[in-house]
Design a protein around this ligand. Structure first.
Ligand code: HEM
Length: 156
């Protein structure tokens, strides 16, 4: 597993912990209404569980598991991936803080950061969305790919 995936999955698990905790506090308040402020955790809850946990987990696993290139830079433009990692985590945090303090510009900044993270991640991962990985990823035309498949008894 590449380092970026390790960091993304671990960060996603931290977001899961925070997001579920917020959800549990709201749920508790719904059953036993003693902390009215817990409703203020609703937007941060969705931010943490949707973008911080679910989306980031998928990003981390996708960066690891999609077909790699052969030779150097097997995972593609990992540098951009690290920017994406920083932006998604910073963005979720900013949005959650903006929600809590009811600060529109902060929420907007957070959302722009998360959007930028997604765009960068798509740039990183797009060239790796292809049917074959490993050695086959270095093959550049259909004829070579067909020969490779034939040789390896692969279908379609
Ligand atoms: C991946 C997991 C989860 C996702 C994607 C998710 C997503 C959401 C979303 C989109 C809302 C609606 C927010 C809104 O109305 O603005 C919500 C509300 C809520 N969530 Fe979650 N959630 C998750 C896990 C949890 C967990 C584990 C708990 C509790 C331990 C929880 C407790 C709540 C509660 C209490 C509400 C408010 C329900 C209401 O409006 O009455 N959520 N969640």
């Amino acid at each position: 597993m590449p380092k970026l995936s390790v960091w993304m999955v671990r960060a996603a698990l931290v977001h899961l912990g925070i997001g579920f905790l917020f959800g549990a506090l709201i749920l508790h308040h719904k059953g036993v209404p003693i902390y009215a402020w817990t409703w203020q955790l609703l937007s941060p809850h969705t931010e943490f569980v949707i973008f911080g946990w679910t989306m980031q987990f998928v990003m981390g696993i996708a960066f690891w598991i999609l077909p790699r290139f052969s030779g150097e830079r097997r995972y593609g433009r990992a540098g951009l991936g690290w920017w994406s990692f920083a932006l998604v985590n910073g963005g979720v945090l900013l949005t959650a803080l903006g929600d809590w303090f009811i600060n529109g510009p902060l929420v907007l900044a957070g959302r722009v950061a998360v959007l930028a993270a997604v765009v960068l991640f798509v740039i990183v991962i797009w060239p790796r969305v292809k049917p074959l990985g490993g050695y086959a990823a270095s093959l550049t035309n259909q004829k070579q790919i067909s020969e490779f498949k034939e040789h390896n008894h692969e279908s379609a």
